[in-house]
Write a protein that binds this ligand. Structure first.
Ligand SMILES: [Zn+2]
Length: 273
């Protein structure tokens, strides 16, 4: 399903890749019962979160944020190409894909089941820290999970290697600039998108369980490679977003996925756009 939001002078379409089944057991720094209650978890602790992608057009370009999971994770995911089509965009019309990070639910959808490019005309735009982390050989003693994601990212990137644009903080492409917000992954990136009047921050997985981590941003998730670093990035970015009254587009923020933050005693409140 697609929904269009007006942010400043930009129309941003939220297009989901489906639903990711997760669990309250992945929440760190909060009592399990409290977390279950706040997130509205099922009796077995399961939490269903959306996997949102965002699309907008400017300067003749069609820009997509993140690429979904493809058929690699859960049967409820991998809907991005079909949902793009229903929203009026063929995957071949996408000219740029800004990646927030290279985890499976954001990058595995770059290629089909035969490892061919889904986005035949798109340039991949990614923070150099994130790209270099996943494309290097890695330490021999790193975890199997890291090894698997690293191997898969080489498959994800292979058909795009002649059209990857690496960026670093301070650089701008069509009004889009990367802000390194590490912890969830080493090069996890929030994209700042200028929209004329106000800016939009596509924050990737700065927040994984929006019902929990927006009101209680001190809580972290086991998906974070470095939970303390991720917490620091989250606190810093949320403060900036609320102070500057920026719009946010969250990969796993519950519907409608786009909104604003206001400060509360313990954290923030999400105000849907
Ligand atoms: Zn994610």
């Amino acid at each position: 399903m697609a929904k269009i939001f007006r942010v400043g002078d930009l129309d941003v379409t939220c297009i989901d890749d489906g639903i990711l089944k997760s669990s309250v057991d992945f929440v760190l720094g909060m009592d399990r019962e409290d977390a279950s209650k706040i997130a509205g978890a099922a009796d077995d602790g399961s939490i269903h979160i959306p996997v949102n992608n965002f699309l907008f057009q400017r300067d003749g370009a069609t820009i997509l944020i993140d690429a979904g999971a493809g058929n690699t994770m859960q049967p409820t995911l991998g809907r991005l190409p079909e949902n793009l089509r229903s929203a009026g965009f063929d995957s071949s019309a996408v000219t740029h894909i800004l990646l927030t990070h290279l985890h499976p639910d954001h990058a595995n959808g770059l290629v089909d089941d035969n490892h061919q490019a889904i986005f035949t005309n798109a340039e991949i735009v990614v923070h150099e820290v994130e790209f270099e982390f996943w494309m290097c050989d890695g330490a021999p003693d790193e975890s199997d999970a890291l090894k698997r994601t690293r191997a898969r990212n080489k498959i994800n990137m292979k058909p795009y290697l002649d059209r990857v644009r690496l960026m670093r903080d301070g650089q701008v492409l069509m009004g889009c600039s990367p802000i390194l917000a590490p912890g969830h992954s080493p090069g996890h990136t929030c994209w700042r998108i200028e929209t004329g009047r106000e800016a939009l921050i596509a924050w990737g997985d700065l927040v994984h369980f929006s019902a929990i981590q927006i009101p209680y941003p001190q809580s972290a998730v086991k998906y974070d490679l470095d939970a303390d670093l991720a917490r620091g990035s989250r606190l810093r970015m949320l403060e900036l977003i609320a102070a500057e009254h920026l719009a946010v587009a969250g990969a796993h923020v519950n519907a409608p996925g786009v909104g604003y933050l206001s400060k509360t005693d313990a954290g923030y409140r999400f105000e849907p756009a």
